[in-house]
Design a binder for this molecule. Structure first.
Ligand code: GLN
Length: 542
């Protein structure tokens, strides 16, 4: 049985529990431990797939096709461990499973209750589908005191007793705010939050304190005293200027030591070289590029979490700082000074998206990148719009559009009605539920010999993660190829166009998948690395 670390949060939301969990995972790995990270989300949606990106942030997709919370993206980026379907659960999913079992009569006449049936289902989720991990880090979404999180807290309390307190650790993340008027950091909210946690029977073993100013020793003593924990278990988590510094900060502040002392482990010395190297590259850039991201969810940057990180990663190996300028596609078409939006931009990226609003602006931005030979990367919706741009402006296909926008005369992008997954055919129709019915997860893609993407990847078979309902329509291939668009990546059966590029453009690539989901700071995704490099080359021409 692995050691379990349960991470809860208190005082306010958005303290960065996901990042804290991910950074701790990386620290444990630096001592040679195998880790697994999981997230329990207390909301009622079965998964975040149907939620608005501007409310909930990005939907992170795993290789095995689960639509999950964006925190799983942090976990992968910090630990490199590929998350699975079984690493994220929601209240909605737990209840659906319990109710489905009840309908099948599997509870043999029992009255179904939150305790024990729902809590048992939560415990089963936490402890199942494990391999030979040394540590399982389990983050509980929400804030202690929320009604929704109670069954989850009860389940981890029970697990603490069942697995044994020597195999479980409760880590509580709180806020120690700085009150400017008093000129002081305040520990009271932390005390109250721990009290709240204790009221459900959980005594934290470690309190990790988010703060914008260093916490003086007396204040740490106070937290230890009032929270009934040892002084070494009060760890300061000062705001970091870069998220990739967090593992190093936590290590310097003794978080991993506190964990090992709790579990009575004497691990080998940590190897934190990769994090030092990453920070060196980020802090000492030798070049910089400006990338315009033309999207629609620009009001909440978390909607593009992995994308932003992948762009940063793309610059790391070449010591290039990537400056992102967000351009809202919605009003772009009516902008009289359209081209001024792209002044000083060295690359244009159109990310994933849904719905017609903003699509014309995206198409215009793509035309601008194509005509002016500016490096362009189109992701998912961005690729679909690039094909529509070519169909309208180069192939002059009348009424070229996407069936996502309603009935169009020439559906250059149309609803995906069937595709092959693990050797069997998956079918979809317009009447299907919205939730969980897209083409999701990792699919194989074959790259054409001599293409730009083949050069970028240095191989010709790749696996990338998908999340889309529509697809470029192969029926228009010849008309588009006649005008210079190349279908350089296809599904193995040759039916689904997965990558497009142009013969006579220095760097123009559209991909039907989401490469940003697989990028790591220590292993930048080749598409982002090469896009940033191409943008740098373009900047030198100006
Ligand atoms: N809306 C498009 C589709 O469903 C693109 C999706 C995306 O960009 N993730 O196919």
């Amino acid at each position: 049985m692995p050691n379990f670390i349960f991470i809860t949060g208190g005082v306010v939301s958005s303290l960065g529990k996901g990042l804290a969990s991910a950074a701790l995972g990386a620290l444990l790995q630096s001592r040679g431990f195998r880790v697994r990270l999981r997230k329990l989300d207390p909301y009622l949606n079965v998964d975040p797939g149907t939620m608005s990106p501007t409310q909930h942030g990005e939907v992170f997709v795993t290789d095995d096709g689960a639509e999950t919370d964006l925190d799983l993206g942090h976990y992968e980026r910090f630990t490199g461990v590929s998350a699975k379907k079984t690493d994220n659960v929601t209240t909605g999913q737990i209840y659906s499973d319990v109710i489905a079992k009840e309908r099948k009569g599997e509870y043999l006449g029992a009255t179904i209750q939150v305790i024990p049936h729902v809590t048992n289902a939560i415990k089963e989720f936490i402890t199942s589908d494990l391999e030979s991990e040394d540590f399982v880090l389990c983050e509980i979404g929400g804030t202690v005191g929320d009604i929704e999180s109670l069954p989850f807290l009860e389940a981890i309390r029970q697990l603490g007793n069942e697995i044994g307190r020597n195999k479980t650790c409760f880590l509580h993340l709180t806020l120690v705010p700085f009150i400017a008027a008093a000129g002081e950091l305040k520990t009271k909210p932390t005390q109250h939050s721990v009290k709240e946690l204790q009221s459900v029977g959980i005594r934290p073993d470690i309190v990790l304190c988010r703060t914008e100013a260093q916490i003086p020793d007396e204040q740490k003593d106070k937290i230890a005293l009032f929270c009934n924990i040892s002084r070494n278990s009060v760890i300061e988590a000062l705001d970091a200027d870069n998220i990739y510094n967090v593992p190093l900060d936590y290590h310097n502040n003794g978080l991993d030591e506190a964990i090992y002392s709790h579990f009575k482990l004497k691990p080998k010395k940590p190897n934190l070289k990769i994090w030092h190297d990453i920070m060196m590259a980020i802090k000492n850039p030798e070049e910089e590029v400006n990338i315009a991201v033309v999207g629609k969810y620009t009001s909440l940057i978390d909607s593009y979490k992995s994308l932003v990180e992948a762009l940063v990663h793309g610059g790391i190996s070449g010591k290039i700082r990537v400056n992102i300028t967000w351009i809202d596609a919605s009003n772009l078409c009516n902008d009289k000074n359209f081209s001024s939006n792209f002044e000083n931009m060295h690359g244009i990226l159109v990310p994933g998206g849904f719905g017609e609003r903003g699509s014309d602006g995206k198409i215009e931005a793509i035309r601008f990148a194509r005509e002016n030979k500016i490096p362009f990367l189109g992701i998912c919706f961005g690729m679909q719009m690039a094909v529509i741009e070519a169909a309208r402006n180069l192939s002059l296909i009348e009424g070229a559009g996407s069936s996502e926008f309603g009935i169009v005369k020439s559906p250059v992008v149309g609803l995906l009605k069937e595709w092959v997954k693990d050797n069997s055919v998956v079918k979809r129709s317009v009447h299907d539920d919205l939730g969980g019915s897209m083409r999701l997860g990792a699919y194989e893609c074959h790259l054409s010999e001599g293409s730009l993407v083949e050069k970028v990847y240095s191989k010709n078979i790749i696996f990338e993660r998908h999340r889309h309902r529509y697809e470029v329509n192969i029926d228009f291939k010849n008309q588009l190829e006649d005008k210079g668009l190349i279908f350089s990546g296809m599904s193995p059966n040759g039916i689904l166009p997965e990558i497009i590029e142009y013969k006579d453009h220095p760097w123009f690539i559209g991909v039907q998948f989401h490469p940003e989901l697989k990028s790591k700071p220590f292993e930048p995704h080749p598409l982002f690395r090469e896009f940033v490099k191409a943008s740098l080359n373009y900047s030198r021409l100006l």
